[in-house]
Design a protein around this ligand. Structure first.
Ligand code: MG
Ligand code: ZN
Length: 225
């Protein structure tokens, strides 16, 4: 059973309706309509487990929440570790446990949106489940998708996951400080991403120190409606 934990820790069980998967694009469009009506900008953040999605979100929330009233929808298989890390950074956080499911879908995110007071928000960050394969088939109804790849995952994360980068607006190469230890050429990541999607924006970060986060914010180009 999929579970949604609201801001005050209440849990709601979400029944899986297999038929809804076929309707995912339709539901994604509905989510986007709801967001647009409220003037909310939404960003879906993708990346493997350990790539640094949660750390990037912590850094973004810390810098953005005074300008944009922010909420985070944190997807995870079973734990609340990420939601707990993001709390107290100035954003509202809700958690969706997918009960082993390897991606969020538009239905789950739509249920999350129902529990948030959308009138009091400007920005929603969605932390998708740590996986770069099937989320490409399940848009959740956000305005943009960013993909986080870390140098410690080795040199082939981009070339081996072409589909996810085709949908992305920004690629974040995280743990840039580890590139030397991994004997990697940082610029190769940019070349690989541009080969898959010409014009995609690439930014190098160290989410632990915050290096590169201002450049990431600039590239996200978030504005209030
Ligand atoms: Mg995480
Ligand atoms: Zn999946």
């Amino acid at each position: 059973m999929k579970k949604l934990f609201t801001e005050d820790g209440k849990s709601i069980e979400i029944k899986l309706n297999e038929n809804l998967y076929g309707k995912n694009s339709e539901l994604a469009e509905k989510n986007l309509e709801i967001l647009n009506k409220q003037g909310i900008h939404a960003i879906d953040i993708l990346g493997s487990i350990g790539s640094g999605k949660t750390s990037i979100i912590q850094q973004l929330v810390a810098r953005l929440h005074t300008t944009f009233r922010t909420a985070v929808i944190a997807g995870d298989l079973t734990t609340t570790i990420d939601a707990d890390r993001i709390k107290n950074r100035g954003a509202k956080v809700i958690q969706i446990n997918t009960d082993g499911g390897c991606h969020l879908d538009a239905n789950l995110v739509g249920r999350g949106l129902e529990t948030l007071d959308l009138k009091s928000l400007d920005l929603i960050l969605v932390e998708n489940v740590g996986n770069l394969i099937c989320p490409s088939s399940f848009p959740v109804g956000t305005h943009q998708r960013i993909v986080v790849v870390s140098t410690t995952e080795g040199p082939y994360m981009i070339v081996k996951h072409p589909y996810i980068f085709k949908d992305a607006t920004v690629v974040v190469i995280n743990k840039k400080d580890m590139a030397k230890a991994m004997e990697l050429e940082l610029d190769q990541f940019r070349k690989d991403a541009l080969k898959i999607k010409p014009g995609i924006k690439v930014v190098y970060t160290n989410a632990r120190t915050g290096e590169g986060i201002p450049e990431l914010i600039e590239k996200l180009n978030i504005s209030k409606e």
